[in-house]
Design a protein around this ligand. Structure first.
Ligand SMILES: Nc1nc2c(ncn2[C@@H]2O[C@H](COP(=O)(O)OP(=O)(O)OP(=O)(O)O)[C@@H](O)[C@H]2O)c(=O)[nH]1
Ligand SMILES: [Mg+2]
Length: 348
């Protein structure tokens, strides 16, 4: 099944109920005072975060959402019932914009967080409201107000603390299976991963958890649309840190690194500003001196480097420690900035 992370929907709030024109009828009172009630408010269209959703797949089939209209008022000053709201559930990380995606309206980051995407119209006033000392039997009333209607563009950007980036086949998915309980497909061919997935890394010492995102591999020219392009990078756009995964058995590890950095920077400068850790993977396939040389090269470029074999497990403990260290310092940096504690709040 294709992973759906974009959708355009149409939402329409309910219109307000009409006000009522009515006069009291009582025995022996041929024409009582006005008693037409107000109309009820139209229902709102509400967008709410739901942690159990993982994609925008549902929106392929249902694209129009209408809330109920308010009911008309009635005699005896009875106000019409409000229209029922409609709640649209979206996965956490959904960014909601106007139709052409030019203005971000809000983003949904927490379970249960809700926003009114289209407000219901006000109910109209009944004739009882139009009474004045000189106008005792009004026939006026307001029709209900129109509900808001608009197109919305939904863009899912997964929420994770750490993003894995690397060329296809570098071992990103193997790595996430070793660090977390996530089980993405692993294959000895490029572009095994076709959709992003998330895993949770338990940091037992700090009693914290980090969410790691695995995305499809990136190749040279990805910014021009080669391979799967850079579209999946949006899922790690909001992560606090990156793990750059390189294959030690490649002929040109440093060149691979340069290509990746170039593609990341082309996508967005901010990708290169994130704290990162370089993971040299597949150490089991190369002689120790080659691994050491690659490590020294990259350290020379100012990188923090950890050498591992996702297959044999060598170096994974060091990697866990390094991850937890870099995330801790990131969190401290954010706290010092007076920013929110949770790095999920550091968005856009
Ligand atoms: N020898 C060895 N093979 C590895 C290691 N890590 C991963 N592999 C193998 O490398 C191949 C690619 O692994 P994946 O984890 O699918 O690579 P990926 O980076 O997720 O690839 P894409 O999803 O295509 O981008 C698989 O055959 C893995 O078994 C390692 O440390 N040593
Ligand atoms: Mg993969």
């Amino acid at each position: 099944m294709k992973f759906i992370d974009e959708a355009t929907i149409y939402v329409e709030a309910g219109r307000g109920g009409s006000g009522c024109v009515s006069f009291r009828r009582e025995k022996f009172v041929p024409r009582g005072g006005p008693d037409g009630g107000d109309g009820g408010k139209g229902g709102d269209v509400i967008i709410a975060g739901n942690k159990d959703l993982a994609s925008l797949h549902d929106f392929r089939y249902k694209r129009t959402y209408k809330a109920e209209n308010g009911k008309a008022g009635s005699g005896r000053n009875k106000t019409g019932r409000d229209g029922r709201d409609i709640i649209i559930n979206v996965p956490l990380g959904t960014v909601v914009s106007d139709r052409d995606a030019s203005v971000v309206l809000f983003q949904v980051l927490k379970d249960g967080q809700s926003h009114v995407a289209a407000g219901g119209g006000r109910g109209g006033r009944g004739n009882a409201r139009f009474v004045t000392p000189t106008h005792k039997a009004p026939l006026e009333f307001d029709p209900g107000e129109e509900g808001e209607k608009r197109y919305l563009y939904l863009d899912l950007k997964l929420l994770a603390d750490i993003g894995l980036v690397g060329h296809p086949n570098a071992g990103k998915s193997t790595l996430i299976t070793r660090l977390t309980q996530a089980r993405p497909k692993v294959g000895d061919y490029p572009f095994t991963t076709l959709r992003p997935s998330l895993g949770v890394l338990d940091d037992e010492e700090e009693e914290k958890q980090f969410v790691i995102a695995d995305i499809p591999g990136i190749i040279e020219g990805a910014s021009q649309g080669k391979g799967l392009g850079l579209a999946f990078l949006k899922h790690i756009e909001r992560t606090g840190a990156l793990l750059i995964v390189l294959d030690l058995s490649s002929d040109d590890v440093k060149g691979d690194y340069a290509t990746l950095m170039n593609e990341l920077g082309t996508y967005r400068d901010s990708m290169l500003a994130k704290p990162r850790l370089v993971v040299l993977n597949k150490a089991d396939l190369v002689p120790a001196d080659k691994a050491l040389r690659s490590k020294a090269d990259l350290e020379h470029s100012g990188e923090k480097v950890v050498t591992v074999s996702a297959r044999t497990g060598v170096g994974l403990d060091d990697l866990r420690v390094a991850i937890s260290g870099s995330i801790q310092s990131l969190k401290q940096g954010l706290a010092a900035d007076g920013a929110a504690e949770n790095i999920h709040d550091k968005v856009l």
